[in-house]
Ligand binder design. Sequence first.
Ligand code: PMP
Length: 434
Amino acid sequence: MHRDPHLPNATTNAALMGRRQLAVARGVGQAHEIFVARARNAELWDVEGRRYIDFAGGIAVLNTGHCHPDVIAAVKAQLDEYTHTCFQVLAYEPYVELAERLNALAPGKFAKKTLFLSTGAEAIENTVKIARAYTGRAGIVAFTGGYHGRTMMTLGLTGKVAPYKTGFGPFPGEVFHALFPNELHGVSVADALASVETIFKNDIEASRVAAFILEPVQGEGGFYVAPPAFVEGLRAIADRHGILIIADEVQTGAGRCGTWFASEQWSVAPDLIATAKSMAGGFPISGVVGRADVMDAPAPGGLGGTYAGSPIGCAAALAVLKVFEDEQLLARSKAVGQRLIAGLRRIADVQPAIRDVRGLGAMVAIELFEDGNLARPDAELTKRVVAEAARRGLILLSCGSYGNVIRVLVPLTASDALLDEGLQILADSFAAVR
Ligand code: PMP
């Protein structure tokens, strides 16, 4: 096929950006003006042959790294057998096996069942359907700064307007937002729990609330860890009123936080868990795992989807679980987290803009303020550091309600040498833009 001679040469990032701008809807954001040509483990190369260290991991999808050979081999083997039947038409063993594995991994001393979907948002949608079917109630209480996806229900649950919700409403009703505790920004655990009671007073009676939904560590919202006392307080309120707790583990799950599910570290169990992203190492599959009695509330035919729980996704996810065992990646997740925290603290020692270094396992972030003043989150500096790091060969992502957080989602399979190289680029980038 001959290329149109009027089209720009497609081998530079700039030329591809030009074509992208003409061809792709502008609403689809892009953190870096880079087009990838090849990726392996925690490194990638762009179409101009430039090398990068990947601290973004495709937004928390690559805990086992780009193209892990065992995951690729499992997918290739699956491709040779069958690629699609639709599980609701003709079932297949990998789906059942993966459900058995996740049921065994999920926290809580009760029987569990699982359902598979394709995306994180779809998993969250289904947690709401299941919670409503089980309780016979409509209300859902989500939290400020939470992020749950881009479908209408999940946008309704998301606790941040720009850019996600702008211009897209109205969203489904009976969704309310309580405060997520955030000591750094002046919201205590007591404030947050009191705000739940305020919703029961002002907006909806507790007896009509089906579920609370929260992330064990807020992801897009800024890597704020839900304090244990908050989770325990919420569980107490939930139990008092017959309300379910949904853990959105789309970003925190699959070993990111040092345990397979971050909620394993809670002293109380969630009733439902949504999982996606890294569970299949780069292939699209998501799931809902939860209390068997709750999961069985929807009638047969009420749950599913054409591609939901695809054989490719199941094969990839089973391979990811095996890689976690073979390479002891849960222990590695804790070690990566410690190394990152130590390295980031060293940068914070000489960069007063960094006022907080935090994380759970390998879900780690720093938060930036103008002159270190907690009243002035510094989104501008955050942008400059992230852009400078990319120029120097390190791919980073920002996040946070104020856009002033730099997060690290590097593959857990990255070597210590690569982590250190990435941290050095980050240190140099701070020094260069200050
Ligand atoms: N929940 C959380 C916590 C997420 O981080 C995300 C994605 N960033 C989603 C839900 C939505 O997942 P997806 O983009 O796969 O629909």
